[in-house]
Design a protein around this ligand. Sequence first.
Ligand SMILES: C[S@@+](CC[C@H](N)C(=O)[O-])C[C@H]1O[C@@H](n2cnc3c(N)ncnc32)[C@H](O)[C@@H]1O
Length: 326
Amino acid sequence: METESSVISSSRRKSGVVVERGPARQPSRAPSFNSRFPKTRRTVEALKQRAAWAALLRERLSEPLHISALSLLVLAFGSFRAKVYFDIYRRPQHAFGLLYAADQANRLGVKTITAIEFGVATGAGLVNICDLAATVSKETGVNFNIVGFDSGQGMPPPRDYRDQSHLYAAGDFPMANEAQLRSVLPTNAQLVIGNVAETVPRFELGPDSPLGFVSVDLDYYSSTVDALRIFEREDPKCFLPTTLAIFDDIWMADHNPWCGELGAIADFNERNALRKIAPFTFLRNQRLLKKAQWIDHIFLAHILDYPHAVANQRHRGAAPISLSGR
Ligand SMILES: C[S@@+](CC[C@H](N)C(=O)[O-])C[C@H]1O[C@@H](n2cnc3c(N)ncnc32)[C@H](O)[C@@H]1O
């Protein structure tokens, strides 16, 4: 069980980046999983890397040759939307998700939206989101407030079997160099440091910049349960009606609906009558590269109490991203 105090002690702003500091983590008296099983942890990390490369190779090599040839043309001469359609970008799930959110915002007349990454580690994903969001803003005219949530110290201790401590453990994925990460973030990005159990309830989210995009990469069931409380804000206009949510840790054979991120989604849906998280219906059919693994990571948070009638705007949330943006 985790015993951290629930008070955030300070916050500071530097280079447009807000850093909230949680209390220093008490060193655990028991030897950590990492020190007891360093080989297991390294194996899981290596497996993750290898699986990513294997998936990329499998996806590209198993598509028809003409699509690969066209991809090269799109890479050289294609528009941003064409590149998203051909999965040209690194982390295509981010490119697709940010564009989907911005197009939806435009249809609703929303000028600025919030994009969150839960679980930042060294910041590779967050920096990728910042870069892509800048391009999506140019394409759509929609601005982004980008927020990265992380403990800053790697994974907290697991709470129970649902955190799957044979896969993840305390101290995994530390931030490494927080100052360096802050120095490369743009001014529309914030880093919120502390346990999400404490930082998410304190985070200000309002209808002036509704949540449109969330990337969840917290590995644990318990952390994901705490992060998903962001969707329990009372005002439905704190969100886009179908807020796009990416769940990273759902791809291993050991992942199941009772543990990890999938378990947290199931709990969220049971707790909330008018807010539901579900896989993006028929997305694979709408994509060109049909074998892309990232498609299975894309979910939507359906804000069923969203006041469509008040917005007087017909919302076609399930529409695929078109090449024209309409
Ligand atoms: C797999 S890493 C994230 C990798 C990152 N998204 C990337 O693409 O490079 C998982 C991160 O979740 C963070 N984390 C897990 N549980 C947390 C919690 N309860 N509060 C804050 N951060 C947490 C850890 O600090 C760790 O850095």
